[in-house]
Design a protein around this ligand. Structure first.
Ligand SMILES: [Zn+2]
Length: 226
């Protein structure tokens, strides 16, 4: 049976920062991997043109190909202002995606992140994929995003990993996918640099007995059978 893997995030490049290595590992194992990106990823930096949005989306498609994903889909919620739209609208957009692509595993944001869009997407995913009768088995995992998760304000939920995935063979693909997002990466020692991403992968690897790993927090796991 082909497993279906969904990555549901706020901004273009979040999906790679969060779980790019794990998505590559899923794709290598023959699983169907698809992403949904909910906000434009640009509006917080001032007025943007349709051309800029198109370019960023083309970069997202190139990054998806690098990690072997089957596709990436984009919505138009306002960047860094998703708290200005009703949560139900975000939930319904995710429900529509999951209706077309009934994912067995969902990777998404951590609800304690500094970024408001991340917190809203985390809440919307858990709402959209609530365990209603007939909904079936699912695993929902929260991811960490460098410069959003570890910069969380005091009082927010800390990110304490429960799950680790080895990505030693996929770290290069993750970095190549990130490099597709020209203009999104920063210079070291910013956490969103290629070096910062590699350092985090090594640190999570050292916590789990591998050369490199991505870390996750299990939000919910519903198993139809043991
Ligand atoms: Zn983000």
């Amino acid at each position: 049976m082909i497993r279906r893997i969904a990555a549901i995030f706020a901004h273009p490049d979040d999906e790679i920062l969060a779980c790019g290595g794990t998505m590559a590992a899923h794709a290598r194992a023959g699983h169907e991997v698809r992403s949904l990106i909910l906000a434009t990823g640009l509006a917080s930096r001032g007025a943007v043109s349709d051309d800029e949005i198109s370019r960023l989306r083309a970069q997202g498609e190139a990054a998806a190909r690098k990690i072997g994903a089957a596709g990436i889909e984009f919505a138009d919620f306002p960047d860094n202002a998703m708290d200005s739209v009703p949560l139900i609208a975000v939930v319904q957009r995710i429900e529509a995606f999951l209706k077309r692509f009934a994912a067995d595993v969902i990777y998404t944001h951590h609800s304690g992140d500094l970024n408001v869009d991340h917190r809203i997407v985390a809440q919307a995913v858990v709402t959209a994929r609530r365990p209603l009768p007939g909904a079936g088995a699912v695993e929902i995992l929260a991811c960490e995003i460098p410069s959003a998760t570890e910069w969380s304000a005091p009082g927010q939920y800390p990110f304490v990993p429960t799950d680790f995935v080895e990505i030693a063979d996929h770290l290069a693909a993750k970095q190549q996918a990130l490099a597709c997002y020209e203009g999104e990466l920063r210079a070291w020692p910013h956490p969103r640099s290629l070096e910062g991403v590699a350092a985090l992968a090594r640190w999570r690897g050292s916590q789990s007995g591998y050369e490199a790993a991505e870390a996750f927090y299990q939000i919910r796991r519903v198993r139809g059978a043991v």
